[in-house]
Design a protein around this ligand. Structure first.
Ligand SMILES: *[C@@H]1O[C@H](CO)[C@@H](O)[C@H](O)[C@H]1NC(C)=O
Ligand SMILES: *[C@@H]1O[C@H](CO)[C@@H](O)[C@H](O)[C@H]1NC(C)=O
Ligand SMILES: *[C@@H]1O[C@H](CO)[C@@H](O)[C@H](O)[C@H]1NC(C)=O
Ligand SMILES: *[C@@H]1O[C@H](CO)[C@@H](O)[C@H](O)[C@H]1NC(C)=O
Ligand SMILES: *[C@@H]1O[C@H](CO)[C@@H](O)[C@H](O)[C@H]1NC(C)=O
Length: 349
């Protein structure tokens, strides 16, 4: 398996000249292969949530592939809780990690929303904040626009040469130590969250993780470019137009502040962001935990992700996927892997 994966990467330049070439897809009945379910309460952001195991997610239908072939990840909307209880929900992260020189696309039909709900589609290095975090999509409660952000060690800024409209930029310092770790945040204008996003049929989010900078594009369903329609094997970002957010290298040395990223979907409840009383009161009433989490389970009928696919692309000629298998095999079998890789390449020629 390992030599095959390496072979695929090594052969890419022979197959195409594209800027990025597909290295991994999460789609259909196989969507949930190769993700890790957190299986612990939210000890990361103090949410009133328990992120279930893969087994329980499957048993309770909190993570499953629906009749349309789309992945659903949701909050439990059938259990009445007692005071002190946490509500079950899902947090999954990819087993593989993706290096600088990668790009990932998520085609999403529905983003979780509602009072107390805090979903995100994002990525993080294993060592945080040293290895950085990229938030492609995040929102809380009843906001109508999602936002995007980077979180890093001090020294990474969104520079003045950023190319999206500066009116969308909320904060420019990516350091986790300033602004209560708000990150360098950009608002995604238009129907990028909530009922309007779902009513428009959702859309496609593209995240480029490159040395020259990090960029995010968002296309509502009605304006997805041809270059992103269907199962595209390669992507040339110069065809995608102006990103909705970008953090160029002149403000942030990507190779210094970012390490390989694992991709994450999660939905938590209340916690440091959605449950912050000032933020909660902006779009909701009452007390986040008492009135919403402990309230009627139907509060969570809209608290689900519906995802058509996630596809990850790498730079041709470079190994951009650090697979879980290769990480565990690396120490024990470095020479074996190298030998079979050489053998596989020789066979291919
Ligand atoms: C959260 O819980 C998991 C599982 O017990 C543990 O491995 C991890 O270190 C905890 N993380 C934090 C930040 O406490
Ligand atoms: C960016 O713009 C701000 C505000 O105009 C200015 O104070 C700052 O010097 C600029 N920084 C750079 C690196 O050009
Ligand atoms: C961020 O900026 C957008 C666009 O100007 C604005 O609508 C939004 O309220 C701001 N968000 C915050 C948290 O300041
Ligand atoms: C998408 O295309 C790749 C080849 O580019 C192929 O390996 C894969 O099976 C396709 N996926 C689906 C769901 O058809
Ligand atoms: C939970 O929400 C889904 C829609 O997300 C709905 O189809 C289902 O009926 C709800 N479950 C209950 C028990 O109300």
């Amino acid at each position: 398996m390992q030599p095959t994966a390496l072979l695929g990467v090594l052969l890419l330049p022979v197959l195409a000249n594209a800027q990025y070439q597909m290295v991994k897809e999460y789609v259909g009945d196989n969507f949930f292969n190769d993700w890790t379910f957190y299986n612990n309460f939210d000890n990361l952001t103090n949410g009133n949530a328990f992120f279930v195991s893969s087994k329980q997610a499957n048993q309770d239908q909190l993570a499953f592939v629906n009749g349309a072939g789309n992945a659903i990840m949701k909050v439990d909307n059938s259990s009445k809780l007692n005071p002190g209880d946490k509500r079950n929900t899902v947090r999954i992260s990819t087993s593989d990690r993706f290096t600088v020189g990668s790009l990932w696309i998520a085609d999403i039909l529905h983003i979780p929303y509602g009072c107390s709900v805090w979903p995100a589609w994002w990525s993080s290095a294993i060592t945080w904040p040293q290895g950085g975090e990229i938030d492609t999509l995040e929102g809380v409660n009843q906001v109508t626009m999602s936002h995007m952000a980077l979180h890093t060690e001090p020294g990474c800024m969104q520079s003045n040469s950023t190319i999206e409209s500066s009116t969308l930029v909320n904060t420019t310092d990516c350091s986790t130590l300033v602004n209560n770790n708000e990150g360098c945040t950009v608002t995604n204008p238009g129907a990028s969250y909530g009922p309007a996003f779902a009513a428009a049929g959702g859309g496609v989010f593209v995240t480029e993780f490159a040395s020259k900078g990090i960029s995010i594009w968002f296309f509502p369903r009605s304006s997805i470019p041809q270059a992103l329609q269907g199962n595209v094997s390669s992507i040339d970002t110069s065809t995608l137009g102006t990103p909705v957010a970008n953090w160029p290298e002149d403000g942030c040395n990507i190779n210094q502040f970012f390490q390989p990223q694992e991709l994450v979907f999660d939905i938590t409840l209340c916690g440091d962001f959605a449950g912050n009383s000032g933020i909660f009161q902006q779009t909701c009433t009452g007390i986040c935990y008492d009135d919403w989490v402990l309230g009627p389970p139907s509060n969570y009928d809209q608290a689900y992700f519906e995802v058509q696919y996630v596809r990850v692309y790498g730079t041709p000629g470079r190994v951009t996927v650090l697979s879980a298998a290769s990480r565990s095999a690396r120490a024990a079998a470095a020479f074996t892997v190298l030998a079979s890789m050489v053998a596989a390449v020789m066979l291919a020629w």
